[in-house]
Design a protein around this ligand. Structure first.
Ligand code: ZN
Length: 203
């Protein structure tokens, strides 16, 4: 199983990172060890002093495919979840400055906590979906999938040109603006519309 994460898929997030708006999708990957096993606590890693949350809609691939056309991409997923693309922003900055890959900042242990629950896309308006992240009860990120630069179907078509997508692969579709730091003791709560998807305590 692989985890594919899209970078800069919301214009206002690209802006807050002082990054240009991409003309093609940009993706990176996390290993399966980035998932946080059920009921495990999340521990603040000791190699960063600037751990940021990025709340993202997550698509679970339900059918094997490569070179999938945008037109048929919708046949390759049903389940919609919500996750966090945890980022060690200080390490990421160093990696970017040095022109290095950024795995140490993005792909570390438990860097991709994910909702246990997935919602069948037939129950959602996928191209106009509200999702929110609360830190200690305060709203910190508010996204809507209609603000994506590249749609889910475009992302699947793009990524599948380069690699086969397999059943169970996860696609993190990018974060809206409002990313920020967490501290030990914080609680992150993610919602899709009014449904609570995860509640994660930082230890
Ligand atoms: Zn992200």
């Amino acid at each position: 199983m692989k985890i594919i994460c899209i970078g800069r898929n919301y214009a206002n997030h690209a802006k807050e990172m002082n990054s240009p708006i991409p003309s093609t999708p940009m993706f990176f990957m996390k290993p399966d060890t980035a998932l946080l096993p059920k009921k495990n606590p999340f521990f603040y890693p000791n190699f960063t002093n600037d751990l940021h949350y990025e709340c993202e809609v997550v698509i679970r691939i339900s059918k094997l495919g490569k070179n999938i056309s945008e037109k048929f991409a919708h046949e390759y997923y049903h389940d919609i979840g919500l996750g966090i693309d945890f980022t060690a922003r200080d390490l990421q900055k160093q990696c970017k400055e040095n022109g290095h890959p950024w795995e140490i900042a993005k792909a570390f242990e438990h860097s991709a906590p994910l909702s246990e629950q997935f919602i069948d896309k037939s129950k959602l308006t996928l191209d106009n979906l509200n999702f929110t992240l609360y830190k200690n009860g305060e709203l910190v990120q508010q996204g809507n999938t209609s603000d994506m630069i590249f749609s889910i179907d475009q992302l699947i078509a793009y990524v599948s040109q380069f690699m086969t997508l397999k059943i169970g692969d996860l696609l993190f579709t990018g974060t809206p603006e409002g990313v920020g730091p967490v501290q030990i003791g914080d609680t992150l709560t993610g919602k899709i519309e009014d449904t609570e998807m995860f509640n994660l305590k930082i230890k």
